[in-house]
Ligand binder design. Structure first.
Ligand code: COI
Length: 361
């Protein structure tokens, strides 16, 4: 484990009570930073007090959104051990996002170490209450002050931490999603498979429209035909039809969710049939109407496993399971959360204990 230079904050904040935690509103005392310059590569990895960034108004990220991020969580186990869920997958995905936006690759081992070192330093910020976690937000932005449209020659990698509760105000209560007939998240060949800031900017307008209609989130359909399910923007989508779990394939326009991968792996472990295939919205509506659709849920780091209780499409509200939580949805939630908090077996070694060497007294 690399020991990074640390500049300690001179005043430390008090973490808010666990029961008051929302999502992404409070930040810890320190952040990880490292810069890239053309000809020098990535250099000067370090931990500093959490602080505002000073950017020239011409900084290209502010104009052309050459920015990527990822999101993962650290959990305080029932045994007191702090574990980070699948940091290697998140480090790899961050690099895949970088590649799509012409951002120079980071050393994935160093990225993983940056998570461990920062969480180790900030361990008093990892909340205890079930359902809470310390959210880790690695981000890369282009920092060159330049208005031409080309990849920047300088970048900043930074990691901030935020103690969080449930992402949706509904918590584990089922959410309502609206399948959009008009709005598109991404097209094959576009940015959809990368975790770019631009994808989330594009999602704001459709989400506001959905909120006005009483829905929590938008379920995006494919951009060409507005027919096949894609993803929800903050989570991947899955459902159980006639005993088989079906989910859209990773065909280039949806994000390869780490929770999605974890759930599919668990389902296969449990001997449950899984199909990654195109799913037409008409098939879903028909399966709800005939009672063959048993459960629907979303998967995501922030959302964990989120039951879907209502699907809106073409001005009709289709209620699923009377708005209740399905048995498989609950089983998946319990299994994932059990691994994250160290209270269940972790056969795939997903939950990585924060090394004692990085845990400071
Ligand atoms: C996550 O699940 O970590 C996400 O990135 C979704 C959203 C909070 C941006």
């Amino acid at each position: 484990m690399t020991a990074f230079p640390i500049t300690h904050a001179t005043t430390l904040k008090a973490p808010p009570p666990d029961a008051s935690l929302k999502f992404g509103t409070v930040f810890t005392d320190h952040m990880f930073m490292m810069e890239y310059a053309a000809g020098r590569g990535w250099s000067n990895p370090r931990i500093e007090p959490y602080h505002a960034l000073s950017l020239d108004p011409a900084t290209c990220v502010l104009h052309y959104a050459q920015a990527v991020f990822d999101g993962l969580k650290a959990f305080r186990g029932t045994d007191g051990v702090i574990r980070i869920f699948r940091p290697d997958r998140h480090a790899a995905r961050l690099n895949q996002s970088c590649e799509r936006l012409c951002i120079p690759a980071l050393d994935p081992a160093l990225v993983e170490q940056s998570f461990h070192a920062l969480v180790g330093l900030e361990q008093r910020w990892v909340p205890k209450l079930p359902g809470t976690a310390l959210y880790i937000r690695p981000t890369v932005i282009a920092t060159e002050p330049f208005l031409g449209v080309r990849p920047a020659e300088s970048y900043l990698y930074y990691v901030i931490l935020s103690p969080v509760g449930a992402y949706y105000p509904e918590g584990m209560n089922p959410v309502k999603i609206l399948a959009s007939e008009r709005h598109v998240r991404a097209l094959p060949g576009g940015l959809g498979a990368a975790k770019t800031a631009a994808n989330y900017a594009a999602s704001l307008f459709p989400a506001e429209e959905a909120h006005r209609l009483g829905y929590t989130q938008v379920l995006y359909l494919d951009g060409a035909e507005h027919r096949f399910l894609e993803e929800v923007g903050t989570m991947n989508i899955m459902m159980k039809i006639d005993g088989t779990v079906v989910t859209p394939p990773l065909a280039g326009s949806i994000l390869a969710g780490v929770t999605r991968d974890s759930v599919l792996t668990l389902l296969k472990d449990w001997g449950i049939r899984v199909e990654e295939r195109p799913i037409a919205i008409d098939e879903v509506i028909a399966a709800i109407a005939s009672g063959r659709l048993e459960e629907m849920w979303g998967t995501g780091t922030a959302a964990v496993i989120s039951p879907v209780g209502e699907l809106g499409y073409k001005e009709t509200r289709h209620v699923i399971r009377n708005g209740g939580i399905g048995a498989l949805t609950q089983r998946l939630y319990d299994a994932i959360v059990g691994i994250q908090y160290g209270s269940a077996a972790d056969p795939h070694g997903w939950a990585r204990a924060v090394a004692p060497a990085t845990v400071l007294a």
